[in-house]
Write a protein that binds this ligand. Sequence first.
Ligand code: NOJ
Length: 580
Amino acid sequence: MDPAISTAPEATTQTAIQSPTLQSSESQWWRQAAVYQIYPRSFADANGDGLGDLPGVTSRMGYLTELGIDAVWLSPFYPSALADGGYDVDDYRNVDPRLGTLEDFDAMVTATHASGIKVIADVVPNHSSNRHAWFTAALAAAPGSPERARYHFFDGLGENGELPPSDWPSHFGGPAWTRVIESAGPNAGAPGQWYLHLFASEQPDLNWDNPEVREDFHTTLRFWSDRGVDGFRIDVAHALVKDMSLPLRSKPSLEILVDDGTDVLFDRDEVHEIYAGWRSVLNEYDPPRTAVAEAWVPFTHRRLRYAQPTGLGQAFNFDLLQAPFEATAFRDIVTRCLAEAQASGASSTWVFSNHDVVRHASRYGLPDGTDQAGLEAWLLSGGSTPAVDPERGLRRARAATAFMLGLPGSAYLYQGEELGLFEVADLPAGSLQDPTWFRTGNKVKGRDGCRVPLPWDPTGAGFGFGGAPWLPQPAWFAEHSAAAQAGVPGSTLEFYRAALALRRTLQTGESLSWLSEPGAALTHYTRPNGWGVLANFGTEVQELPAGIDPAKIVLSSGAPVAQSTGPTRVPGETTFWIAP
Ligand code: NOJ
């Protein structure tokens, strides 16, 4: 990619969205990067224990290089009891022995960099695990001690403190408070204080008013930056600062936020002081380390604050992920998000799948009109109706991905989507590991269905993953395996490889121009250097618009195009890329 060019397109445009001029320096690599998320436990297992590991990542460097991504983002690989898939961190500056050693990490970074790929690590600052040395010390200490002050310990309500300090629920079900048995102080041996955990009880929330907590995360950022990490993904970035003044304010739902920075738990204005401090640390490096906020903030003007150049620099944008497969919805989101990116100085980000949501090949295979949120809840619960239409789901997923990979900004991809994997919605109950399953009394299945270890080969134990996978793989993984698709024209893997290779060659500037009117049967945009994206979100075949040379269609999300002649019609639910 050449980030140096940001010129306005030709006069044929109807709507031009222009972002600030890019600097053509190495430090700007992230602005239009294709970032591939690796969920380490499910990627590749080098030592055969059934859990993916860091040597497994290194062993698949050829695959990553051939895929054509610019960076990998690794979900947590730190020591953890895996109460929440590694987002319960015991030690922020080490590697889980089951996943390798620090030396394995260094070897992986060296191999990744040698392949021209950057490395992004996950930082989990809202909570540690309950096995972290700080929390162990807090449990051993008495109420009011400095050890407890690194977390949020409160006396309960009710006559004997038997009620939680507030009505706050946990994201995974049940209350956000757990009561401890005191082991020190006058009350030793009896039920005592409560601690806050917005997620599982194994994930106590850290107290970010405590200077020691703030300082320790600076140490962590430097630790991994010194080891060559190029950037960070910040978990629940909007939750660090909370209004813990007494009496604690009521918040019976975590889903509803206010948009003025005064919510009791999320997106408070003060959180940006923390990230300004992080930016100073990240800027100690050359090139400066990048950071992307995971902040599920529904108000775009608020989300942008995380992406400020004086803050983290980028924020995940989940708008397309939450949208129906529909031209108007996609177009409106793109127009709005690019304008926002321009205002913030960041580049936009795009994503359809990650380790927390139902895979988009399944979401798009549900019957029309199915509510996305309701649908996700349904799929996660493992029901069997309405049935997913896999052919349609994958066709639309590929069309959406081609539409997205052509956009200005960074594209975040989730391992397995390049294999056309669907959600594994029928995992046996006994295999489930997501804390949601346990905290909802086995009502909500959780996110394991998108975390099943990858199939590399069509046959063999674990389909080439390594040992017996920690979540069972379905039989249909065979035909989705990497080896079954490599070199096969029209396979999803070859489609991703082709798209990512072309994206590198063709993507310039951070703007686009719409060539189609809103509501038109085909959605058409061009980039500054003249290459175009033409998407048919409908089911009817459409004639290629006059003026497009069929021979210039270089990529189709559907069947491969014969470049000598080129197609004269655009099939339903299909996206084309058109060379200048
Ligand atoms: C967001 C992560 O993506 C998710 O997997 C995790 O459960 C929560 N944060 C808590 O860390």
